[in-house]
Write a protein that binds this ligand. Structure first.
Ligand SMILES: NC(=O)c1ccc[n+]([C@@H]2O[C@H](COP(=O)([O-])OP(=O)(O)OC[C@H]3O[C@@H](n4cnc5c(N)ncnc54)[C@H](OP(=O)(O)O)[C@@H]3O)[C@@H](O)[C@H]2O)c1
Length: 348
């Protein structure tokens, strides 16, 4: 099926506006429906002037009507704040069941079992049947289930960068003794567009600091994405830059496996269209992946500490959100995975 009719709920948010950019450039997608809270309606470029170049291809932004979304669209991306997004995605999926409408939710609402969601997000979960219907959308782990899914829970940005640092270990993960430590840093768009005091330029500039240590909601998501066999310690830190995530994972692999570990990463990355193992000696840069769906990865065995260091860089709005959502849509519709995602990074 080509020329799939696409809706985006939340196009005035950071993830939503990146979806608009990617969908508008996708050869098999046509934007037919844009909807938000009702606070910002009408032409999207009236709210986001940089999208003026797409004005002729954009429907006006309307207050959300779940049934209209399900009637007009073959595919709907939902990019609302957690707590709202999963419910809307589930309602659209229900309303569009007969028509086979596919829905991708970018929030955390459908990613975790109800008990874990309540514990880490601090709010009541969605009904168990909604969560059970959603397929966790990390293509590098769940590609075949995503192809069959009608409702996908798109992974979190930190969770994606951390999981991709470890998944190439494959069955060696079972031999990892002790927790995996992730030192993770993100640009400020990861926090969304709604104004908050700690995100003002005066607070953010010339500073880097840890936040939600030991409490970040992506902790159980990473453990789940790694199959539940390993404990993780995640330190999230805020960078005074707009976008991008850099992770360093410290992994206690059995030392006698160290000589073979680079080959494990190399064979994983050869199979994966968006995960690139950097040549030995090179380390990732956020700027080299910004604006794309790529993940750059580097591996280093540290003989002195006997720890494996794995670095990943992704764009939180790309492979961490909108790019990954389009990759999932490509899988759900049976298209080549890189369709619409051959994007040149924004180095400057
Ligand atoms: N930012 C990232 O890097 C990132 C990465 C991965 C996942 N995500 C997830 O993606 C989702 C969106 O994140 P974001 O950063 O794009 O957030 P954001 O910048 O705060 O945007 C939120 C969007 O939701 C709309 N909205 C808010 N309340 C609504 C309601 N009750 N009904 C309909 N629309 C409503 C807003 O539209 P109005 O203008 O109409 O108010 C806005 O378009 C979140 O669940 C987030 O966790 C974000």
């Amino acid at each position: 099926m080509s020329n799939v009719r696409v809706g985006i709920v939340g196009p005035t948010g950071y993830a939503g506006m990146e979806l608009v950019r990617l969908v508008a450039g996708h050869p098999r997608m046509t934007l037919v429906y844009l909807a938000g809270s009702g606070a910002r309606t009408g032409p999207l470029d009236a709210h986001l002037p940089h999208l003026h170049v797409l004005a002729d291809a954009l429907p006006p932004v309307e207050p959300l009507d779940v049934h209209k979304a399900a009637d007009l669209c073959d595919l709907v991306f939902v990019a609302l704040p957690s707590g709202e997004s999963g419910r809307v995605a589930w309602e659209i999926a229900q309303a569009g069941l007969d028509r086979g409408v596919k829905v991708i939710d970018l929030s955390g609402d459908l990613r975790l079992p109800p008990e874990a969601y309540e514990a880490w997000y601090g709010r009541p979960p969605l009904p168990r049947e909604a969560i059970a219907q959603a397929c966790y959308g990390l293509p590098e782990r769940h590609r075949e289930s995503i192809r069959e899914a009608s409702l996908v829970a798109n992974p979190g940005c930190y969770a994606t960068a951390c999981a991709l640092a470890v998944l190439p270990l494959g069955n060696l993960l079972a031999d990892v003794k002790g927790p995996i430590v992730f030192d993770a840093k993100s640009g400020v768009t990861g926090a969304g567009r709604a104004p908050k005091e700690h995100l003002h330029l005066g607070e953010l500039a010339n500073d880097v600091y840890p936040y939600r240590v030991g409490q970040h909601q992506h902790t159980p998501e990473i453990e789940q994405a790694l199959g539940g066999a390993v404990r993780v310690l995640l330190t999230t830190q805020l960078l005074p830059i707009p976008r991008g995530i850099l992770v360093c994972a410290y992994i206690p692999i059995p030392p006698d496996e160290a000589p073979m570990v680079y080959d494990r990463y190399a064979s994983f990355c050869e199979r994966e269209p968006f995960v690139r193992l950097l040549p030995d000696g090179q380390l990732p840069h956020i700027k080299a992946v910004n604006g794309t769906n790529e993940c750059h990865l580097a591996v280093r065995w540290d003989e002195r500490s006997r720890l494996l260091q794995v670095f990943t860089a992704i764009d939180n709005l790309g492979k961490g959100a909108a790019g990954q959502a389009v990759q999932n849509a490509n899988l759900m519709f049976g298209w080549p995975e890189r369709e619409g995602l051959n994007l040149v990074p924004l180095w400057m």
